[in-house]
Design a protein. Structure first.
Length: 498
């Protein structure tokens, strides 16, 4: 068997565009060598006004590939950050210390909070300073996350390691008796892809191709672990999955052909479990799965070629194929040696998801995602944009408020994608429901609350949400494509609640 190091570095030096684990010989070797790292829990300490969470952003070094040290960024550790855990109703203070020599931010992705606490591009934490975000947790149990959101440098800072999970629990989800023993039968999986230079450092020298198509790595990391496996100690395990990649889309499935049992998405549990052969997960999206295992069983969670990307449609076919997930490769191996037996019954109903209807909406706001160099209309779309990527013909400008939403209103946001690539569209500060995709109902796993939705090439998605509170005419929230290279290149806009 060839060493991972030899394969990876050899391939990088040879300039191979794609070298996923399936081609590196790891799949053939059968077993995934490295035990999965579990990010430590951070539960906060009792302060005068609720729970206080101390987060220190610093640079470090981490060994992703055996014997090779990679310079990284991390939060309370060398790479990634701790899993922040709190409960609905908590008051939290997140105290972010920037120990770097460069500015940064930490944005709480998926959290319903005042714009001043959002941690977006306007809440820069200068080197050597501390920024505090204090707010109440006013949402249901869900897997959210946090990451750097520095203007034009989000892609690079996230790639180097500035991301972590944000777990919210509540009474109702507890009463459903779902697996919730963190790291034991409730396992977080942050999926990312990375490229390494010959000296072991992350390769983030973006070409024009990387900016247009999004950065793709040739090594898959889960919680920072390359070729991971996890030993499951209970018969039933909950996997809480974040696609924390800059741009790669995964189409998840089990290699034993069994269905995935999906119980949750970005904003919490679904109304009922959904059984699906494949689940496509774009950057920024989350999914919660239940996995039942037999004794001595080994199952691999894989990424499979995607119908939209690989099958192609319309003029974008070639680009879609190149940018999408057209390969098959393992994400993680799940091993059950002698699992403790569990109650494998599953409630038919999980929770009640808010059910805003189109008739309640005060208005429909329209967004078009623009890539002037690549649009269906070719260069025509470039007029007035100077060739930059943008939304509604404009590239992101921190000094411009693009949309004003009235507090208390319910709105439909209609997102139109005329480009040949799929874009994951994300809205800050709210959780929405997906009304339809090209007029058709969303897939079962998309029917819960979401904050990020895939908008396929040449398609239109409508989402609906309420903006019940937090009016602040001066401080904007962002909406953007969560392909971080697109976001950094201007595919982002700002809205205020008034
Ligand atoms: Cu996950 Cu604007 O971000
Ligand atoms: Cu966000
Ligand atoms: Cu995009």
């Amino acid at each position: 068997m060839i060493s991972r190091r030899g394969i990876l570095l050899g391939a990088t030096a040879a300039g191979a565009a794609f070298l996923l684990a399936s081609r590196s010989g790891l799949a053939a070797a059968g077993r995934s060598a490295n035990p999965l790292r579990i990010p430590p829990l951070l539960e906060g300490t009792a302060g005068a006004d609720g729970k206080v969470y101390d987060l220190n952003v610093a640079s470090g070094k981490f060994e992703f590939l055996s014997g090779i040290s990679t310079p990284t960024l991390g939060i309370n550790g060398a790479y990634l950050g701790p899993t922040i855990r709190c409960r609905e109703g908590d008051r939290v203070t997140l105290r972010v210390r920037n120990s770097l020599t460069e500015p940064t931010t930490l944005h709480w992705h998926g959290l319903h909070l005042p714009a001043a606490s959002d941690g977006g591009p306007h809440q820069v934490v200068e080197p050597g300073t501390v920024w505090e975000a204090s707010f109440a947790i006013r949402q249901k149990a869900s897997l959210c996350w946090y990451h750097s959101h520095l203007m034009e440098q989000t892609g690079e800072q996230v790639l180097r390691g500035l991301a972590g999970l944000f777990l919210i629990e509540d009474e109702q989800s507890k009463s459903l008796r779902l697996p919730s023993d963190y790291g034991i039968d409730d396992i977080p999986l942050v999926i990312q892809d990375r490229r390494f230079d010959a000296d072991g450092s992350f390769d983030y020298d973006l070409t024009m191709h990387d900016v247009m198509m999004g950065y793709k790595g040739n090594v898959i990391l889960v919680n920072g672990t390359a070729s991971p496996h996890v030993v499951l100690r209970r018969q039933r395990t909950r996997l809480r999955i974040l696609n924390g990649s800059n741009s790669r889309i995964y189409t998840l499935g089990r290699d034993d052909g069994a269905d995935l049992v999906v119980i949750g998405s970005d904003g919490g549990l679904l109304e009922q479990p959904a059984r699906m052969r494949r689940v496509r997960l774009g950057p920024g999206e989350r999914i919660e799965l239940l996995v039942d295992m037999q004794s001595d069983q080994s199952v691999r969670l894989m990424s499979y070629p995607d119908r939209v990307a690989a099958g192609g449609m319309g003029p974008g076919m070639m680009m879609g194929g190149m940018a999408g997930n057209s390969e098959t490769f393992p994400i993680i191996e799940l091993r059950a040696e002698k699992p403790e037996s569990a109650d494998l019954s599953l409630p038919e109903r999980l929770i009640q998801v808010p059910n805003w209807t189109a008739a309640q909406a005060a208005r429909t706001r329209r967004f078009s995602l623009d890539m002037p160099m690549m649009g269906m209309g070719g260069m025509m779309g470039a007029a007035g944009m100077g060739g930059a990527m943008g939304i509604n013909g404009r590239a992101m400008d921190m000094g411009r408020i693009d949309e004003r939403v009235s507090q208390g209103s319910i709105e439909i946001w209609q997102i139109r994608n005329t480009t040949p690539l799929a874009h994951p569209f994300h809205i800050h500060g709210v959780q929405f429901r997906t009304l339809d995709r090209n007029g058709r109902p969303p897939l079962p796993h998309e029917q819960g609350l979401k904050d990020t939705v895939m908008v396929d090439p040449d398609s239109t998605v409508r989402v609906i949400t309420a903006f019940p509170d937090f009016a602040d005419p001066k401080r904007p929230y962002m909406y953007h494509c969560h392909i971080l290279e697109h976001e950094d290149a201007g595919m982002m806009g700002q809205f205020v609640v008034v």
